[in-house]
Design a protein around this ligand. Structure first.
Ligand code: PAF
Length: 283
């Protein structure tokens, strides 16, 4: 695996692959890689000739300085995992390399970015659009892989891709959430859980899974209340929001029959001081 530190090196690697008629699978990450990220790399490896993984903690998507400061940096371990997974290139640039000047672009991301994470973390999705659009422009991927744990992020990235003209037919590939045996969704933030909070955290997925049963004979409103009360009853958990939304538009559904696309329950829950997100599909 080759480590690329500059934008020019990334462009050259992507260009060479494209000129040789090869498909490029791109996995954007912020490092601190876990089995969830590696499942994206595995899939990219299966579906493409060349696999590029970016490892970059993007400052413009953090609206909380403390969150950015404490975000884990584990470059050596990340590279080892990527080598094992068979990535061809790891793009690991500095902040100055990505943003030699401030990125002042404001993306029109519409309704998909206005709710849930977009409402709670002002500027977050604009920052995601800033970095991901640059990576797509330089890396010229055929396919890009994203985990469904960040369910809303996928809808936002699709919107950005559409607005920017499609990046030469780029396909966005959503990949299923990878969980610990006890159900906790893998996240780089999990390492910050205290041992006691780590025991409470799997309860998030348990409550969501239980609510799928509950929803069979209850309304959307009742189901939201059910999840919120179940979670808040645990002294270590505090729900920031639980929304049941159209999985394409991210707009709240008011009854189960609202949309032919189904419904997705999206939760953000504080477990101690750590903000965790998870989601579940209702049929
Ligand atoms: O999901 C993430 O880790 C980040 O938001 C992403 C897509 C790598 C952009 O920095």
């Amino acid at each position: 695996m080759e480590i690329l530190r500059t934008v020019d090196a990334l462009k050259a690697a992507a260009q060479a692959a494209r000129e040789a008629g090869k498909t490029v699978g791109f996995v954007p990450t912020m490092g601190a890689l876990h089995a969830g990220h590696i499942s994206l790399v595995d899939r990219a490896r299966r579906e493409n000739d060349v696999v590029i993984v970016s490892v970059f903690v993007n400052p413009t998507q953090f609206n909380n300085a403390e969150d950015l400061r404490t975000y884990p940096h584990t470059e050596e371990a990340d590279c080892e995992k990527l080598r094992k997974a068979g990535a061809d290139y790891a793009f690991i640039p500095s902040v100055e390399e990505i943003y030699p000047e401030e990125d002042t672009r404001v993306f029109d991301l519409g309704e998909v970015a206005a709710v849930m994470e977009g409402a709670m973390r002002p500027g977050h999705f604009n920052g995601v659009a800033q970095i991901v659009s640059r990576l797509f422009e330089w890396g010229q991927p055929t396919r890009a892989y994203f985990g469904e744990k960040d369910f809303q992020q996928i809808a936002v990235i699709r919107r950005m891709v559409e607005n920017e003209g499609g990046f030469n037919g780029l396909e966005i590939v959503p990949c299923p959430i990878v969980r610990e045996e006890d159900g906790l969704a893998l996240s780089s933030r999990n390492v910050r859980l205290t041992p006691e909070d780590r025991k409470a955290a799997p309860f998030i997925h348990k409550a969501l899974a239980k609510s799928v049963e509950y929803a069979r004979d209850h309304s959307v409103e009742d189901t939201i209340r059910f999840v919120t009360e179940e979670l808040n009853a645990n002294p270590r958990l505090r729900v920031e929001y639980y929304s049941i939304v159209n999985p394409l538009t991210m707009q709240p559904v008011t009854s189960w029959g609202d949309t032919r696309d189904g419904a997705q329950g999206c939760a953000t829950v504080y477990c101690g001081d750590v903000r965790l997100i998870d989601n579940i599909k209702y049929n």
